[in-house]
Design a protein around this ligand. Structure first.
Ligand code: HEM
Length: 464
């Protein structure tokens, strides 16, 4: 209480509705976006919502985002707020590693997601998608979220974990990923070490994951000596990495980083690709535009889906971008303030939790016209609404800790949708799903039913 009362003049405005503390807490638990949206409307671009005994300070809009996105790790700490991930990723990696070590680990993550690496991932993504959709019957219906989640584990396993896992132990590893995932629920954020069944399963899965990977890593080291060509995956990038002091990543560190990469991209991409379908299949004019783009690309560059052709799919790209603006799976990005922050007339004090909400910022009317409409063309010239200012668009966060997998995610989602649209006529069934807010990564409420019918082949091309 005293912490946020003192020196109130310089502090951001405080939003307090109803019974002090209690009402804010109840509303935040019931629907966190509702209270933050109301506070934004009332207070402007920087404001504090006291929740129980904590001060949650929110920045909304490109200018205010700067303090979040440009803040250094000495000013804005991730370690405490993301500490719930430690039992899943493991010790001494990512948020459990000292900053100097963490920087080097993040550098390897980012190197494994660079354009020339991505080029070698695309054929693997295409192969996975073609195999999986090839097995569907002539016509039928699927739950889009289930199908796409399955495919995203497959493609991510192939590109990140490697060929051995995908080909020889996929069922086992995807089960372990599922068990690890069950240990990352809202309750795990409050009490990551609470002795409950899902946490015990999470810990057992973590141990088993490491055991399996030790064998895979040993196999790789042996084949490296046998002069076989290096594998084009993230595992190999980590095997080749060397710390500044000349040491290499331990097997446990390699496992931890791979788990972190899988988790960063699993629900986020499954949810985004599902929402994309839920909106696109209900928007006949935009669907026709996307199909036209596919036809044009096939006519100009041939039917192969590769890094270059995916990069030319601007309409599909903007559909994904717009989907992420309206339905960001990460609704809050959080830091603990370690050094006082200054923004315009305000000072954000040490001890505040600084929030950036991609959901609230995605609806900011100062940046996005008619923000409730799903309108991918807002990102196309001449409107280019995301280019109005730095940090106007924050679906992937931004700045110092912006998403490293952004390009990977676009390639993966665009590959899946290109393969689907070229091969099937699809129709979304029922009403548009609502947003399911009670999960850590926020997605559509089931069902997400889609009916499909295989397209006829015309010459060597599908009749997109
Ligand atoms: C960070 C979103 C896919 C790897 C982030 C952040 C967001 C985000 C909002 C910032 C978190 C923060 O500031 O606290 C998304 C979305 C995705 C996606 C919406 C899919 C549609 C991926 C994929 C990977 C990945 C596929 C890797 C294969 C990372 C990593 C970070 C990160 C390593 C941490 C960067 C850092 O802290 O420096 N992501 N992500 N993401 N993402 Fe993604």
């Amino acid at each position: 209480h005293a912490a946020w009362k003192g020196d109130a003049a310089a502090r951001p405005p405080v939003y307090m509705a109803g019974v002090p503390y209690v009402s804010n807490l109840m509303r935040f638990i019931r629907d966190p976006l509702e209270i933050v949206t109301a506070a934004h409307r009332q207070c402007g671009e920087l404001f504090t919502v006291p929740i129980a005994h904590k001060r949650f300070t929110f920045c909304v809009g490109p200018e205010a985002h700067e303090i979040f996105c440009r803040g250094s790790d000495e000013e804005l700490d991730q370690t405490e707020v993301y500490s719930f991930s430690v039992p899943v990723f493991g010790q001494e990696v990512v948020y459990d590693a000292p900053l100097e070590t963490r920087y080097q680990q993040f550098r390897w993550l980012s190197q494994a997601l660079r354009a020339e690496k991505l080029k070698s991932y695309v054929p693997l993504m295409v192969m996975e998608a073609e195999q999986a959709f090839g097995q569907l019957p002539q016509s039928g219906s699927i739950d889009l979220f289930d199908k796409l989640s399955e495919l995203i584990v497959m493609t991510a396993s192939r590109c990140l974990l490697g060929r051995e896992v995908r080909e020889q132990m996929f069922a086992k590893v995807s089960f372990l990923i599922h068990e690890l995932d069950q240990g990352m629920q809202p309750i795990s954020v409050m009490a990551p070490y609470l002795p409950i069944a899902s946490h015990r399963k999470r810990d057992a899965a973590h141990t088993e994951f490491k055991r399996i990977f030790k064998q895979v890593i040993d196999g790789r080291r042996k084949s490296a000596n046998a002069n076989t060509p290096p594998e084009p995956d993230m595992l190999q990038s980590f095997l080749d990495a060397v710390y500044r002091d000349g040491t290499r990543l331990s097997d446990d560190e390699i496992c931890g980083l791979l788990i972190a990469a899988i988790f960063a991209g699993q629900h986020t991409s499954s949810i985004t690709s599902t929402w994309l379908g839920m909106r696109l299949l209900r928007s006949p004019a935009m669907l026709e535009k996307v199909l036209d783009e596919q036809r044009r690309i096939i006519a100009e560059y041939g039917a192969e889906i590769n890094f270059e052709t995916l990069s030319k799919m601007d309409v599909l790209h903007n559909c994904m971008k717009e989907t992420l603006r309206m339905y960001p799976p990460l609704i809050f990005l959080i830091r603990l303030v370690l050094k006082e922050l200054h923004f315009k007339d305000f000072v954000v004090p040490v001890g505040d939790y600084l929030f950036l909400s991609p959901s609230v910022s995605g609806k900011d009317q100062t940046v996005f016209s008619n923000p409730e409409a799903w309108d991918p063309d807002r990102f196309a010239p001449p409107r280019s609404e995301d280019k109005k200012a730095a940090f106007a668009y924050v679906g992937f966060g931004g700045g110092r800790h912006g998403c490293m997998g952004e390009q990977f995610a676009y390639l993966q989602v665009k590959t899946l949708w290109s393969v689907m649209l070229r091969n099937f006529d699809m129709r979304a069934v029922g009403a548009l799903p609502t947003i399911q807010h009670d999960a850590l990564v926020v997605g559509p409420s089931p069902p997400c039913t889609v009916q499909f019918e295989r397209r006829q082949l015309v010459g060597q091309f599908h009749s997109v």
